[in-house]
Design a protein around this ligand. Structure first.
Ligand SMILES: *Cc1c(COP(=O)(O)O)cnc(C)c1O
Length: 220
């Protein structure tokens, strides 16, 4: 078992190399360290090693861990990558610097109101149900134009699109489709690629890769 700082250097090296092969500037790709289920003791070595962008999938868990860590490393950015309930919109907007799970019309109202109340604009990625697996969350592709239009009308800042491809199938076609959909809608961000496939995702245009296991080891 390697220590997190060593794993971080390895992942950074692989991202650098993939960006070179893809002829993309390294600055185009943000590594989000997915720290869900990890205690502060495991996260701290990555902060010490210079990692500053983290992702969590539960609002409540993040509320418990991150305020103290951010006191120590105030330039840390926190991204929400898990499903968001409308009644947690206020908490999510207060805590997170980006939301990757904006996926349905009820969140347009909830997020617009929360951002208005907090006086804080939080960039959102529209999560797309790229493999037509409704249980995973994500906006069906057919409903994407209406959701994007609704968000723009409500002044919700849209950063891009996000997807989690179906498990156990070659992900490249799904990444290519997300890239195309983002282009069609004039959105710059593509949040795609996890521990097992982030290099493929970068080759296909990922701007944000979400890596958990490869940095922290297997989750319980
Ligand atoms: C857990 C999670 C990840 C990280 O997955 P790994 O395979 O551990 O890298 C990425 N994205 C989302 C939405 C997740 O929930």
């Amino acid at each position: 078992m390697h220590d997190p700082a060593t794993l971080l250097a390895t992942i950074e090296g692989r991202i650098d190399q993939t960006c070179r092969i893809a002829n993309r500037p390294r600055g185009d790709v943000t590594l989000i360290a997915i720290s869900k289920t990890q205690p502060a003791e495991t996260i701290t070595p990555l902060l010490k090693a210079g990692q500053r962008v983290f992702g969590e999938n539960r609002v409540q868990e993040a509320q418990g861990k991150w305020p103290a860590l951010r006191d120590q490393w105030p330039d840390t950015q926190l991204h929400l990558v898990g499903q968001l309930q409308s009644n947690k919109a206020d908490d999510a907007v207060a805590l997170f610097d980006a939301i990757h799970s904006f996926d349905r019309p009820s969140l347009v109202t909830a997020l617009a109101r929360a951002m208005d109340k907090a006086g804080r604009q939080v960039p959102c990625f529209v999560q797309v149900d790229i493999g037509a697996e409704s249980q995973k969350g994500g906006c069906p592709i057919a409903e994407l134009p209406a959701l994007i239009a609704g968000a723009r009308e409500a002044d919700i800042p849209l950063a891009g699109l996000m997807c989690v491809p179906p498990f156990g199938i070659e992900p490249a076609p799904f990444f290519a489709l997300l890239d195309k959909l983002a282009g069609d809608h004039g959105l710059p961000g593509r949040s795609m690629g996890m521990s097992g496939d982030f290099e493929t995702a970068i080759m296909l245009g990922a701007t944000h890769v979400r890596v958990g296991t490869a940095l922290f080891g297997e989750r319980d």
